[in-house]
Design a protein around this ligand. Structure first.
Ligand code: HEM
Length: 523
């Protein structure tokens, strides 16, 4: 009798519990906002599960700009389970990157970025927080300080002149076309590598070209993976599908990169030990210290406190190589492409160079501020050909209200530079390459003018801006001063319409003729 009573009691209690749990879940679900409850910006319709993905045909600037024409400068895309907002005007970009910068200062997690960055131990992929702040401080104050950039001035000059030398020699006084894209890529990669890994060891290396090509290949493979569409990031339950076989490629590329980054660290550790044995003093070395030397002074084996582990160092080395080489080289290829397409602009730049510097000595980095037309050419190039059409994505960590819309935490932000930089309301003749628009203009690329954002703006703005600008301006200056560049007979200016597509297909050919005494350039 007693046990029967207990079983009835059990049933009652089970029913009460089940009912309470259901009621609780209903209340919680009602209380929590789903993205459907937010007043999100308008956007194109999407398919169930896939969202807008099948309608995008790649996240290219044209596709995004066309959608923005229909849905306005702030629109929402649904990419699988991810919500993405796209900012396509200067005002909207300012709202995100200035007024709400702190909330939007994280990065969306992605499978490829996570693997290549050692689980976001780096600067580019790290979430906004103390770890990111520490890495950022090291980058700005120690690795890419104005002093370090200036101490590698001679190395930059040497690398650029070597490439120009090869261009002039290879072109046989302007009769044979040479591949400028390859020469530009080699000099920019070498400049970054020399800052990273000690110039002496690199210039003495008999394998130098091979090392440079290996690095470039690693960067190319890594960037290709970063640009690929990884299904599992957008539709997590389809992660197993991996139709492009990206997981296998990612594993191979990350192993190759890890071996290279580890090799750089080990070489430096050995060198530092040998130097210690030679009792070299720190103060005598500091002038020649390269970036890896600077990193190694912060090495500790554990991961607590304000110090770097070896894994974090490899992640930062990866950042410098991945973020520092292709951006600079793509920008320069576009600059030279525009000068080849527009001989009158080249002539004007050469006339400025002749009047400020002359032809009896080489232009120096200290001359750059005195060359306004050159500076205007570089700005105009950043406007028309920013190295990536979409600013590296940002992600919000809190709910935010932007221009009257409600956007939930965890939303990804794309800033569509292509749409902003070509907005006819901001720039007259917006599709023309017209450097004169920047002569006497206050507009700059330092993140204060939201209609010109090649380096981004706000907390996550590019920390390599100083180096990137120095390399782009000085390389352009040396080519303008030392060479007459012409398109080969079989290439028409119209063939160079899309300089972004062009830099992918490696076809920047030119006839190169020296325009100053050869002994100034040749060595
Ligand atoms: C012409 C050259 C360059 C251009 C146009 C460029 C552009 C950019 C842009 C647009 C961003 C994203 C900003 C944002 O998220 O708002 C960025 C981030 C970054 N860039 Fe550059 N960059 C250049 C050169 C360099 C160089 C030379 C280095 C280092 C050697 C570098 C290192 C980085 C790093 C580490 C980040 C991530 C910063 C963070 O997330 O906190 N960049 N760059």
């Amino acid at each position: 009798m007693e046990s029967q009573w207990t079983s009835v009691e059990k049933q009652v209690w089970t029913t009460v519990l089940a009912l309470s749990l259901t009621l609780f879940l209903i209340i919680v679900r009602r209380g929590r906002k789903t993205s459907k409850n937010y007043r999100m910006p308008p956007g194109p319709w999407g398919f169930p599960v896939l969202g807008t993905i099948p309608r995008l045909a790649g996240l290219t600037h044209e596709v995004l700009t066309n959608f923005a024409k229909n849905y306005g400068p702030l629109m929402t895309l649904k990419l699988g389970s991810q919500s993405v907002v796209v900012a396509s005007s200067s005002k909207v970009a300012e709202e995100f990157l200035k007024a709400n910068d702190r909330v939007w200062a994280s990065r969306p997690p992605g499978t490829v970025t996570k693997v290549l960055s050692y689980n976001c131990s780096d600067l580019i992929c790290a979430s906004y927080g103390p770890r990111w702040r520490y890495a950022r401080k090291i980058f700005m104050v120690e690795l890419l300080s104005a002093r370090r950039i200036s101490s590698f001035q001679a190395a930059r000059k040497q690398e650029i002149l070597r490439a120009i030398n090869d261009a002039i020699t290879g072109s046989c006084s302007g009769t044979v076309p040479v591949q400028l894209d390859i020469l530009i890529r080699r000099s920019t990669t070498n400049i970054v590598m020399r800052m990273l890994m000690n110039e002496q060891s690199l210039t003495k290396s008999p394998n130098e070209r091979k090392i440079s090509e290996d690095f470039h290949q690693a960067v190319k493979d890594g960037l290709q993976l970063l640009e690929s569409f990884y299904v599992g990031d957008f539709i997590p339950w389809l992660d197993w599908l991996d139709p492009q076989g990206l997981k296998k490629k990612l594993s191979a590329v990350s192993k190759k990169c890890d071996t290279m980054w580890q090799g750089i660290l080990d070489d430096h550790k050995r060198k530092l030990e040998a130097a210690r044995d030679d009792q070299a003093t720190d103060s005598s070395k500091s002038e020649e210290q390269d970036i890896v030397d600077a990193l190694l002074t912060r090495l500790v084996d554990d991961d607590d406190g304000e110090n770097l582990t070896e894994v974090q160092m490899k992640a930062l080395i990866m950042n410098i190589i991945f973020a520092g080489t292709d951006t600079t080289s793509n920008t320069l290829q576009a600059v030279l492409g525009e000068l080849l397409k527009n001989p009158s602009i080249m002539e004007k730049a050469q006339a400025e160079m002749d009047s400020v510097v002359g032809r009896k000595r080489l232009v120096e980095e200290s001359d750059l501020p005195n060359l306004p037309y050159l500076n205007a050419i570089v700005k105009e190039n950043f406007r028309l050909h920013p190295p990536g059409p979409i600013l590296v994505p940002h992600m919000s960590t809190e709910d935010s209200e932007i221009l009257g819309y409600e956007i939930p935490a965890g939303t990804t932000l794309f800033v569509n530079l292509h749409a902003i930089h070509r907005d006819p309301a901001l720039y007259e003749r917006s599709l023309d390459f017209y450097p004169e628009r920047f002569l006497g203009s206050e507009k700059d690329v330092h993140g204060f003018d939201f209609d010109l954002l090649p380096f981004g703006a706000g907390r996550r703005m590019c920390p390599g801006k100083g180096l990137g600008l120095a390399v782009v301006l000085y390389t352009a200056a040396l080519y303008i001063q030392t060479c007459d560049l012409r398109l080969p007979e079989n290439v028409k200016p119209e063939d160079l319409t899309d300089l972004i597509a062009l830099r992918r297909s490696s076809l920047l050919q030119a006839l190169v003729h020296p325009r100053i005494p050869k002994d100034l350039v040749m060595f």
